[in-house]
Design a binder for this molecule. Sequence first.
Ligand SMILES: [Zn+2]
Length: 305
Amino acid sequence: MHLRGSTVLALHAHPDDEAIFTGITLRRLADAGARVVLVMATSGDLGSSRVPLRPGESVARRRITELERSAGLLGVQRLVLLGRRDSGLPGRPGTGHPGALAGSDLVELGRRVAELAHAESADTLIFDDDGGVYGHPDHVSTHRVGALAAELTGAARYQITVDRGLAPGHLVRQAAAAAAGGFGRPAEEISLAVTGDPVHLARKHAAITAHASQVDPARLPAAEFAATYASEWFRHLGPAGALHRLAGPRPAQYRPAGRSERLAVHLGAQLVVGEAPVSGDPTGLAERLLVAPGHVGQLAAVQPQ
Ligand SMILES: [Zn+2]
């Protein structure tokens, strides 16, 4: 329980993003004793439902119900809904609604999230990277909201991304194709990979499939799930926060395909390659890069001995 006393605020765009992109991370933070606050910007109003809705039930209502179940599985202690509408992809029906997140006053939302983070004494914020992970307008918007909140609070910040070398079956590939854009980052631009053991993976699988209105379980075959979803990737800025203190397990699955170069890990002004401990680390925490023979870098955040 080495993260007792730490509070992490994770900001996401749509119900299911929390499970797909940060399911292992949130579960591991909670298991380590951190208080996890999940802030959801929209209800995912524009997603259609792949299952029948109850009489009078809206897609948004169903998705919030699914989110509540997912949040419970991931150890979230407080779920906050910002109540904005799904912006949809440009040119699709439903875009341009006055309540859409992408058309909202993002500065005001950033202040709201900062106030929440302050009230919660959050030391760590998690939100999308500046490309919106795969370019969806709501994800780009949550980046801006999160970045402003982090600026206002001074909390450690971790920007959610994905490794472009990720497995073919990952749901973000399908989402990026729908958005007609790219996704993620090359491995050398990723600071941190958080990985899970089979127990964490089972929770992540359950959390993703809790979003039954959106995700067909047949798209998450058990035989491929670990290889596809065992890693979650972040870009890190500012002081080291709670994710740096998630020690182990060794991320054996993090082997970006087709790359021969080592990952370079930036920790503040330090550039760390190989297994040398970080010298002069102002945070008191050390990162090291684990390189197994014959393949690519495996990255772990470890605590000093
Ligand atoms: Zn999303």
